[in-house]
Design a protein around this ligand. Structure first.
Ligand code: APR
Length: 308
C-alpha cells in the first residue's frame, strides 16, 4: 500500500509541499484546512497535474481530520505567515492555538505518524506539538535548518559561479535571527569555503542568510517564502519515506546533547523511517558554542511564554 502524507494548512507552503510530494509519486496526499473549498480545490488542481508527471498517487482535499486517519507523515503548515517588519517570533500566540489544535487532532487520528512542524516560530511550535501529542520525540521534528542552509548554499553558489549541488554546509540553532551558520563546516566540493572566499564576503553572505526570510517578506509585501520552505520540507518527507538516512539540520528534541536539556532546536540529525534516528553532535569552538547557547536562550524564551 502507498504511504500517506497529510499536510495541515493548504496555503502557500502547504500546497507547494503537496505539489512536490504528489509529483514525486512517493505517497498519497491529503490536504486539510479550515477554509472550506480551498484544500478541495487545490487538491483537485494538483491531482489533474499527476497525469502530466506520470504520478499515480491520489489527492484529497478536506476540512475533516477523519480523512487524514492513519497518515504516515503529517506536516503542519497551518497558521499565519509574517508581514513586513514582523519577526517569526511575533506569530507565537496566534500560531500556538492553531498548532495545538492540529496536533491534538493528529494524535487522535494518526497516532503512529511522524510530524514535521513548519509553522513559525518553528522551534517553539515543534516543542508544543510534541507536548500536545505526547509522541516519542523521534516522531516530532521541525523544518528550519535545511531551508537556512539552502539559502546560504544558493548565495555562495551564485558568488562562486559553481553548482549549488557542490556546496555543503550545516546550520545550528533556532530558525530565527539568531541561527548559527557554520562557515567552518562549509565546503565547495570538499574545499573549505575559507580557501576560495574572503572572510568579509563570507560574513556578508551569512548576514544575507540570517535575513533570507525577511528579504522575501519585504519583496512580497504580504505573506512569506514558500517554494524553498516546501522544497526543504519535501527533502525531509523523502528521507523518511525512503529511509534515506540523510544527515540534515532539523529542529530536534535535545535531552543533554550539545549540553542542552528539554528543548527543540536545530541540530544535524539522521532522518529515516523512524523519524529522528540520531542527533549528531559536532565539536564546536568556543565562539560557535556561545552563539549556539544564545540561540537556544532565544528559543527557550518563546517556549516559556507558551507555558507548556
Ligand atoms: N487548521 C487548518 N488550517 C488552518 C488553521 C487551522 N486551525 N488556521 C489557519 N489555517 C490555514 C489557513 O486557512 C491558510 O490556508 O493555514 C493556511 C496558511 O497559509 P498561508 O496564509 O498561505 O501561509 P503560508 O505561507 O503557507 O505559511 C504558513 O508556514 O513558513 C511558515 O511562517 C509561515 O507560519 C507560517 C506557515
Amino acid at each position: 500500500m502507498r504511504k500517506k502524507v497529510t499536510i495541515v494548512g493548504a496555503g502557500n507552503v502547504g500546497a507547494s509541499t503537496a505539489l512536490m510530494t504528489a509529483q514525486s509519486g512517493l505517497a498519497d496526499v491529503v490536504l486539510i484546512d479550515i477554509a472550506e473549498g480551498v484544500p478541495q480545490g487545490k487538491a483537485l488542481d494538483i491531482a489533474q497535474a499527476c497525469p502530466l508527471w506520470g504520478s499515480a498517487v491520489s489527492l484529497k482535499g478536506t476540512n475533516s481530520y477523519s480523512d487524514t486517519a492513519d497518515s504516515d507523515i503529517v506536516v503542519i503548515t497551518a497558521g499565519f505567515p509574517r508581514k513586513p517588519n514582523m519577526s517569526r517570533d511575533d506569530l507565537l500566540h496566534a500560531n500556538a492555538e492553531v498548532v495545538k489544535t492540529a496536533s491534538a487532532s493528529i494524535a487522535g487520528t494518526s497516532p503512529h505518524s511522524i510530524i514535521i512542524v513548519v509553522t513559525n516560530p518553528m522551534d517553539a511550535m515543534a516543542q508544543l506539538s510534541w507536548k500536545t501529542t505526547e509522541f516519542s520525540c523521534k516522531r516530532v521534528m521541525g523544518m528550519g535548518g535545511i531551508l537556512d542552509a539552502a539559502r546560504f548554499r544558493a548565495f555562495l553558489a551564485w558568488e562562486l559561479e559553481v553548482s549549488p549541488a557542490d556546496i555543503e554546509t550545516t546550520i545550528l540553532g533556532g530558525h530565527g535571527d539568531q541561527m548559527v551558520p557554520l562557515p567552518r563546516f562549509t565546503t565547495v566540493k570538499g574545499i573549505p569555503v575559507s580557501e576560495v572566499m574572503k572572510q568579509k564576503r563570507i560574513d556578508t553572505l551569512i548576514q544575507r542568510t540570517r535575513n533570507g526570510g525577511a528579504e522575501i517578506v519585504g519583496l512580497l509585501k504580504s505573506g512569506s517564502a514558500y517554494y524553498a520552505p516546501a522544497a526543504a520540507t519535501f527533502q525531509m518527507i523523502r528521507s523518511i519515506l525512503l529511509d534515506e538516512k540523510r544527515l540534515l539540520p532539523c529542529a530536534a528534541y535535545l535531552n543533554g546533547e550539545y549540553g542542552v536539556k528539554d528543548l527543540y532546536v536545530g541540530v544535524p540529525v539522521v532522518l529515516g523511517k523512524d523519524g529522528v534516528e540520531r542527533v549528531v553532535e559536532i565539536k564546536l569552538t568556543k565562539e560557535e558554542k556561545s552563539r549556539f547557547r544564545e540561540s537556544c536562550v532565544a528559543v527557550k524564551k518563546l517556549v516559556k511564554k507558551l507555558a507548556i
